[in-house]
Design a protein around this ligand. Structure first.
Ligand SMILES: [Zn+2]
Ligand SMILES: [Zn+2]
Length: 256
């Protein structure tokens, strides 16, 4: 597995060095995008990756900072299949979102891209469920985030690695259980140390607890506002977690 951080930023305050939530995972022939926050297409170009080759798009929840570039990505793929460019897609594009996602997807299509796709698209919803692909297994769990709809975390397992992406989550039993036994955790760490008990997001104290209980070897912190210094974040997390800590940077590539 190879992970590329396309966007490690968070929602409300744009930061030049951090684009909207988006992570790219390569597993053999599959190219999997985890979330599609604002700016994702341009991050593909900067990372020298080709969005046309995407095989899977996983959306953790439908907040704009995780979803808003989905339609531009689909439109760009569509345009490349037209005669002006003539690129051909062989595999279907599999798009997976949380419960209720199909309706959101249909509404977005109707409003933003009503053209019929020129390639095969399959849309699925996942709550507390799993799905097997050729070289990997996808599991999801509903985590505590906001009250309007469900948000999920994703677990991707190959024969020798288990990787978890938290999406956006508060500190809840579901995310703790889901991370147990994973090798690598990509965890949101939106809130600063000074906010001791955030409800809808994690702070470094909660990240430390989840990481410690998981037994993971490596954690990657993301969805960042940079409100604490990297040294302070590391110090706080190291109080419980003894594995390796990476603070995500956009365009960074990490072999898992
Ligand atoms: Zn959110
Ligand atoms: Zn978010």
């Amino acid at each position: 597995m190879q992970l590329t951080i396309l966007g490690s930023g968070a929602a409300t305050k744009p930061i030049l060095k951090r684009s909207g939530s988006a992570y790219l995972l390569k597993i053999k022939d599959d190219l999997i995008l985890l979330d599609a926050g604002p700016g994702t297409l341009r991050q593909f170009l900067k990372a020298k990756k080709d969005y046309f080759k995407l095989t899977h798009i996983l959306i953790s929840h439908t907040h704009a900072d995780h979803l808003s570039e989905l339609m531009p990505i689909l439109q760009s793929i569509f345009v490349r299949t037209l005669e002006l460019v003539g690129d051909k897609r062989e595999k279907p594009l599999i798009i997976i979102g949380p419960p209720g996602f199909k309706r959101v997807y249909q509404n977005l299509r109707k409003a933003m891209m009503p053209e019929k796709e020129s390639y095969q698209v399959q849309v699925f919803e996942m709550g507390n469920s799993k799905k097997d692909f050729k070289n990997w297994r996808l599991e999801s769990t509903i985590v505590r985030h906001v009250k309007f709809w469900d948000s999920v975390a994703f677990k991707i397992s190959t024969k020798d690695r288990v990787f978890v992406y938290s999406g956006d989550t508060g500190f809840c039993p579901e995310i703790i259980d889901f991370c147990r036994g994973a090798d690598v955790l990509l965890l949101e760490a939106t809130m600063p140390i000074s906010i001791a008990f955030p409800k809808d997001h994690l702070n470094p104290q909660f990240v430390s607890e989840i990481a410690h209980l998981s037994g993971a070897k490596l954690i990657i912190l993301t969805h960042l506002y940079d409100l604490d210094t990297p040294a302070d974040i590391r110090k706080e997390i190291s109080k419980k977690f003894k594995g390796k800590i990476t603070i995500a940077r956009d365009l960074e590539k990490i072999a898992l």
